[in-house]
Design a binder for this molecule. Structure first.
Ligand code: SOE
Length: 381
């Protein structure tokens, strides 16, 4: 068993999800590598020390550059706000480290391209943490699509709805609230939430060729936590777009942080000639399936698949049939596939190049919202 020595940067929510995945990896997956939590890095030393104690990191750094120089770090895991992804990922690649990066890959396509070039020039394993692909029900949806169970696809529709920024008193910027600061996040719901739905759409239904979008910023000014001043809000609070897929199907996407009552309502439905599939993150252990082809008209109807059998994706790694796993396991499953990919030489997806395609769709969406025009995405998959 080899050590995979991890240096993780960022002690926020995503730092916790990734740390948990590293900690649990070898409890559930039989791999040739063991995650070893060597160093945690955050500019806030007290926060990093407390984090190190909670999650079991051996040492604390406050400057991420130290991880690049360190001989005892194999993998740099980037869990900082989006604006810092590029510099850290490129430095890690140049230092010959493997890189895992939180989503979205970058602030924009230009940055994402530089990051792809850096990891490919260095030849280092790389992955972007679009975790929802590895929710077993979503992976199962892909397997059923690959088996032809829905036939020719006609429609893909997806939403990601939250309600945590409705109050104009919520500040922007700084810890936790950097997602509301366009300089730190690059965009609002498009990069933060729709990027997940776009990644799932590319995974399940193939390339999106063009889009037309409408965004809205409902609260135009907010106090900035770091400056204490009221500043204009530069992010999209809500985004709706329609899309064309290369396979001829049509897509509808909606995301907002203003859907009162919804905390993380992430759903998709895909309708084909021979069947349909539907998923709802609030009931993530189920995949709904309507089988048309091969079913009898008197018993035809939507069926709920409880995705907990050992033949379902990832489920043989956990408990016994009928018992569920949760949100955190999607990170664990992704990390396990990343490590298995290093060992087999068949890299896990989405790597940086694949995540660049999602970035292109996000950018086309934001561009279209400005011009009101259909916009080509330039996605290559
Ligand atoms: C935002 O609230 C957020 O935490 C996103 O940043 C995550 O990517 C998403 O999975 C859940 O919501």
């Amino acid at each position: 068993m080899k050590d995979l020595r991890v240096g993780l940067i960022g002690c926020g929510f995503m730092g916790r999800t990734h740390s948990n995945a590293h900690r649990r990896l070898n409890n559930f997956f039989k791999l040739g590598h063991r995650s070893v939590l060597k160093a945690i890095c955050d500019t806030n030393a007290a926060k990093a020390s407390a984090f190190a104690e909670t999650w079991g990191y051996e040492r604390v750094e406050t400057d991420w550059r130290k991880l690049m120089e360190a001989g005892d770090i194999d993998l740099v895991d980037i869990c900082v706000p989006n604006f810092a992804h590029k510099e850290i990922a490129i430095a890690a690649a140049k230092a010959g480290k493997m890189v895992i990066c939180e989503k979205p890959l970058a602030l924009n396509v230009a940055e994402a391209r530089e990051m792809v070039d850096a990891v490919e020039a260095a030849g280092v394993p790389n992955l972007v943490m679009f975790n929802y692909r590895r929710v077993p029900a979503i992976t199962l949806a892909r397997q059923l699509i690959d088996k032809g169970r829905i036939g020719r696809p006609f429609h893909f529709r997806a939403v990601f709805l939250q309600d945590w920024t409705i109050s104009a008193d919520v500040p922007q910027g700084g810890d936790a609230l950097w997602r509301l600061d366009v300089k730190a996040a690059g965009s609002g719901v498009t990069g933060d939430l729709l990027a997940h739905n776009i990644d799932c759409a590319l995974y399940l239904n193939g390339p999106i060729t063009r889009v037309v979008a409408r965004t809205e910023t409902f609260v135009k000014e907010r106090v900035h936590q770091l400056t204490g001043k009221v500043e204009p809000v530069g992010i999209d609070d809500a985004c709706i777009f329609i899309a064309e897929f290369a396979n001829g199907s049509l897509g509808v996407f909606e995301s907002t942080r203003y859907a009162r009552g919804h905390k993380a309502l992430k759903t998709f439905e895909i309708n084909g000639a021979d069947g349909s599939l539907a998923f709802n993150l609030e009931e993530m252990e189920y995949l709904d399936y309507f089988q048309y082809a091969g079913s009898d008209s008197d018993t035809r109807g939507w069926r709920r698949i409880h995705v907990t059998n050992s033949e379902h994706p990832y489920m043989d790694k956990y408990w016994v049939p009928g018992l569920v796993i949760g949100y955190e396991h999607s990170f664990l499953n992704t990390l396990a596939d990343f490590v298995a990919g290093i060992e087999s030489g068949s890299p896990a997806q989405p790597n940086f190049r694949t995540a660049l395609q999602t970035q292109k769709v996000c950018e086309a969406v934001l561009q279209s919202a400005k011009t009101g025009q259909w916009t080509e995405t330039g996605v290559e998959l």
